[in-house]
Unconditional design. Structure first.
Length: 221
């Protein structure tokens, strides 16, 4: 299992687009690695189709996408045709799919779902999401069970927050935050530094405790 802040393991793997070295594949970009239980499964088909539809949004954020499934590169290429047909996609599929036939990466990265097995009794890969920064460190980890499809609009929202707070370390994002909304001033920031850090000002919420810890400001540019 990789912990937040750890350097994400480098690895070599086969994909449906050829062999990769993971850190080399990422280069200096942000990256998102998301795993799937198996090819030719219904929930995975909807997920990969949705990510393909959102590819321009990930690209706009400077994020390289890569998926993982336990089947072969040849199986991935056949499955992609179904994904494109079902999700009405045209053109080249926008990201590679890692072939983790032996589940070696799934085990190494803690991506197995012990409650879900296939017809042969083999434990399935869960629906993991890893967001990796340009420094190759893990910035976010989400683990969904095999039976629950992910919301990739939410993952984009989280990515916006992670990228914003990586660049502007004096702020955090509140519940349900979206691009352009107010952000919260980090607890460690002193009031005497407000003028230097937050040129549009800071609003301090009045609460029964009288403590001035809920502080809002405009999203940094």
């Amino acid at each position: 299992m990789v912990n937040l802040g750890d350097v994400f393991p480098d690895f070599e793997a086969q994909t449906n687009q050829g062999p990769i070295k993971f850190h080399e594949f990422l280069g200096s970009s942000w990256g998102i690695l998301f795993s799937h239980p198996a090819d030719y499964t219904p929930v995975c088909t909807t997920e990969l189709g949705r990510v393909a539809q959102l590819a321009p949004e990930f690209e706009k954020r400077g994020v390289k996408m890569i998926a993982l499934s336990i089947d072969s590169p040849e199986s991935h290429n056949g499955w992609i045709k179904d994904i494109q047909s079902y999700c009405t996609l045209e053109g080249k599929f926008p990201f590679p799919i890692i072939a983790d036939n032996k589940r070696e990466l799934a085990v190494k990265l803690g991506m197995l779902d012990p409650d879900e097995v296939n017809a042969q009794g083999i434990v399935l890969t869960c629906r993991a999401v890893f967001i990796i920064g340009p420094d190759k460190k893990l910035k976010l980890s989400l683990l969904y069970p095999a039976t629950t499809g992910r919301n990739f609009d939410e993952i984009l929202r989280v990515l916006d927050s992670v990228q914003l707070t990586a660049k502007h370390k004096a702020v955090a994002t509140p519940v349900d935050w979206k691009q352009g909304e107010k952000v919260m001033v980090a607890p460690w920031v002193k009031p005497e530094d407000f003028g230097k850090l937050f040129p549009t000002g800071v609003d301090v919420a009045q609460v029964p405790s009288g403590k001035a810890y809920i502080r809002l400001t405009d999203q940094p540019k």
